[in-house]
Design a protein around this ligand. Structure first.
Ligand SMILES: [Zn+2]
Length: 241
């Protein structure tokens, strides 16, 4: 069976939106993967309790990609924490997260007047004032972070240019971010509406076939444990034909 010590998938439900950040830790470090929408800090702190952790225990935050529901509460957490936090992201996502480039999918300049008017006041405000933070460590494909036996960075572009997924070697857990979605234990490709390059996204899913994956954590849809490798193979096959 998979060794699941030191890794916990969190579930946050807020405003009829459910997300699954992940926490990985060992004796020295505690790493949070993704931070929800702006205003999610309290919820994150509450669910971290499941792993007997709180925001004060964090040593770092890893951002899988620039989308607003992944970077949203990063600035709040950085402001609230008095300890030093290492912030990790893929090199191609850094200019967006740091605010040097507008976020690809929520750039107000890209909306038609009609699309803009359909947004809630909260989203209008958030898109006009996107969360930003300094990234301290730039990541690349195939790099391994030395935490809890090692997590390998897999560059999985398509949903965004610098999207990364993570493979936790000890437990065989793939943290897929938004490269995969899950519905009732079934893995699915990302939503084409929010994935500018679907072809590249499917090629990224193909990269997963090289890893001995026992379970997948989807940010949207949670943990999938049944026939994971078979499911991944059929996603790649279906799309290639
Ligand atoms: Zn996304």
């Amino acid at each position: 069976m998979a060794e699941l010590k030191g890794i916990e998938t969190l579930t946050i439900e807020k405003d009829s939106f459910v997300i699954h950040p992940t926490l990985i830790w060992d004796e020295k470090q505690t790493l949070l993967i993704d931070t929800g929408m702006p205003g999610y800090m309290e919820e994150i702190n509450l669910v971290m309790d499941k792993a007997n952790k709180s925001l004060e225990d964090l040593t770092g935050i890893l951002i899988t990609h620039q989308d607003i529901n992944h970077i949203g509460s990063l600035p709040e957490i950085l402001t609230a924490c008095t300890q030093h936090l290492t912030i990790y992201a893929h090199k191609e996502e850094i200019p967006y997260i740091e605010g040097d480039l507008p976020l690809l999918k929520t750039n107000p300049a890209k909306f038609t007047e009609e699309q803009w008017e359909e947004l809630s006041d909260f989203l209008k405000f958030t898109y006009l004032h996107p969360p930003k933070a300094q990234v301290t460590v730039s990541l690349e494909d195939a790099q391994t972070l030395d935490i809890n036996g090692g997590i390998e960075i897999i560059h999985t572009p398509g949903h965004t240019p610098g999207h990364i997924s993570l493979f936790h070697k000890k437990s065989g857990t793939l943290i897929a971010g938004d490269t995969l979605l899950a519905t009732n234990g079934h893995l699915q490709p990302p939503n084409p509406v929010s994935t500018p390059d679907m072809e590249l996204a499917i090629q990224s899913i193909e990269k997963f076939l090289a890893y001995p994956i026992k379970q997948v954590v989807c940010y949207h849809g949670g943990i999938v444990t049944e026939n994971v490798m078979e499911q991944l193979q059929s996603l790649v096959k279906t799309k290639a034909s």
